[in-house]
Design a protein around this ligand. Sequence first.
Ligand SMILES: Cc1cc2nc3c(=O)[nH]c(=O)nc-3n(C[C@H](O)[C@H](O)[C@H](O)COP(=O)(O)OP(=O)(O)OC[C@H]3O[C@@H](n4cnc5c(N)ncnc54)[C@H](O)[C@@H]3O)c2cc1C
Length: 463
Amino acid sequence: MSPILPVKSLFKRRQFLQLSLFASTLGLSLACAENRAQSSPQKVLVIGAGIAGLAAARELQGQGFQVTVLEGRDRIGGRIHTSRTLGFPVDLGASWIHGITDNPIATLAKAWQIPILPTDFDNIILYNNQGNPMSDRDFEVSYALYEEIRDRAASIAENSEQDLSLGAALQQVLAAQTLTPQQAQLIEWGFNSEFVTEFGADLESLSSWYVDEGSEFDGGDYLFPQGYDQIITRLANNLEIQLQQKVTEIRYSSSGVSVTTERESFTADAAILTLPVGVLKSGTIQFSPELPKHKQAAITRLNMGLLNKVIFKFSEQFWSQDYQRLGYLHENSPDFYEFLNGSFYSKNPVLIAFIGGSFAREIEQLSEEKIRERVLRVLRRSYGDRIPEPESMMVTRWSQDPFAFGSYSHIAVGGESSDRDILAEPIGDRLFFAGEATSRDYPATVHGAYLSGIREAKRLVKR
Ligand SMILES: Cc1cc2nc3c(=O)[nH]c(=O)nc-3n(C[C@H](O)[C@H](O)[C@H](O)COP(=O)(O)OP(=O)(O)OC[C@H]3O[C@@H](n4cnc5c(N)ncnc54)[C@H](O)[C@@H]3O)c2cc1C
């Protein structure tokens, strides 16, 4: 994630101490401490075969634990999902390693000799609302204005006594600003590209104080031309993974954990849960006893964003190969602002639209045919009415996915980054929590999820 609002210093100043909350919750902690003296967990269930679960399971198995991974879907990988139904690999979930320097995913790719390719997000052609390419000069001038407005919104947020949504801060700047229609459209495009698509959330929901939470690796963004799932397959090697085991109930006590799926029950000394926040929020899993109130409150405050992709394969390439991204300004928004030139990476004539927030939610409700028409309407503006119909297409609908209920987590107004720590707190020595949403340093990313799995495996071993 790469938002650049300079709000981090403020965010640090406003952190509230929440650690003491956990210590005072379940009396279970004490009971477990007594029990720990007698026996340490040997048999562990890991719930979820996404990257966090696989990382945790590998780490534990390496330490001599007996590990079973329970996965609800009929495949592994979770929000890393490479489809080959179009005849070539398409990543429907995560695509990029964000920053390859010291990134553990880049290290795995290197060790396993999995090819990766750099992406240059600045290599973009931007079309105005008539479908004409903007000149470099026009783009630079307008983009400088976008940056100025964004930074003023950040400054308003920083000086505010209470957390404002990014949208509210922006409105305050725009109220004192006169813009030409094209400038207004470019500013909308910029915010959409940098925030709405990035976080999968509308500006009106995103917290301006926490939008810059977390850290980043340097080294640029790289993707897997042959699919992200190559990492998943290698990680899963030699692990015991049971597919189609949708967990419905988790019971825990000082003596152990019992997990019920739609098909059977499993017992273990401890469990590592890597369930997406969307699933935890959905109430589809019953906890007995209930999760501690402050953990439940953190789950309620953490938001699940939505990023979707619409993938088109054409019979021929009608767009320029000179650019990796195509951007569109619109008179009536929201609309499709952003396409990735897939042929840059796959040698197939492929365009991938990225949409986020409530627009993505709205588009999810439409049939493929209607979505195709909407996208083609945008493309025809710049490439003419004679562009071919796509040969095939795919649409992701992550918010309707019962094993995710969205794409990744973010902090909305009313939440705090410390909610991630609360979510990550173990319950006694029995339940441990991993997954991207528990990563305060690298939320909403593959590497954050991966590191969270290792973190919880190590924590379990230590206890
Ligand atoms: C469209 C999209 C694009 C993205 N792009 C990027 C990107 O380019 N780079 C990047 O770093 N990150 C990206 N991400 C984020 C990244 O994919 C996630 O942060 C990461 O994969 C999360 O891993 P995880 O193990 O925490 O969760 P998951 O991968 O969701 O794993 C959780 C597992 O739990 C399973 N599960 C859920 N409910 C149950 C149940 N009841 N019983 C049993 N199993 C259950 C799920 O099926 C899943 O396999 C993207 C995500 C999406 C959706």
